[in-house]
Design a protein around this ligand. Structure first.
Ligand code: FES
Length: 122
């Protein structure tokens, strides 16, 4: 495995935030997506719904040969934390996002982690 692996961040653009009025536009997920600029080794893809609607705004991230993560309860201002987490996952030697150094929104917002797909290699 190389020193870093590309990470894909999926951000749900249709999530609402608990503090938003029901019809607030743009939605919190779209506001979060607007802050996520692709960076070295990190691709950002917008999606509509990650089936975590009650705990949105939601983001998932994955990398080849590594674990995948779903986060929720994010704020529209958490873009830097999301990108920092993606960089940690990219540089991880064991394919896990380390807890130490993980941004706080990605600690309290962890919904699930999924093991590497069997047979898939980095
Ligand atoms: S609307 Fe965002 S997870 Fe369903």
């Amino acid at each position: 495995m190389s020193l870093s692996e590309p990470v894909t961040v999926f951000v749900c653009t249709t999530c609402r935030h608990a503090d938003d009025a029901t019809e607030a536009q743009p939605r919190a997920g779209a506001r979060l997506a607007a802050t996520l600029a692709p960076s070295e080794g990190v691709e950002v893809r917008e999606v509509e719904c990650l089936a975590n609607c009650k705990r949105g705004p939601s983001v998932a991230m994955t990398r080849a040969g590594g674990w995948s993560y779903v986060f929720g309860g994010l704020a529209p201002t958490d873009g830097a934390a999301v990108l920092e987490g993606a960089q940690l996952l990219s540089r991880s030697a064991d394919g896990l996002m380390p807890w130490r150094g993980r941004p706080e929104p990605l600690k309290r917002g962890l919904i699930a982690r999924i093991p590497p797909i069997p047979g898939a290699s980095a």
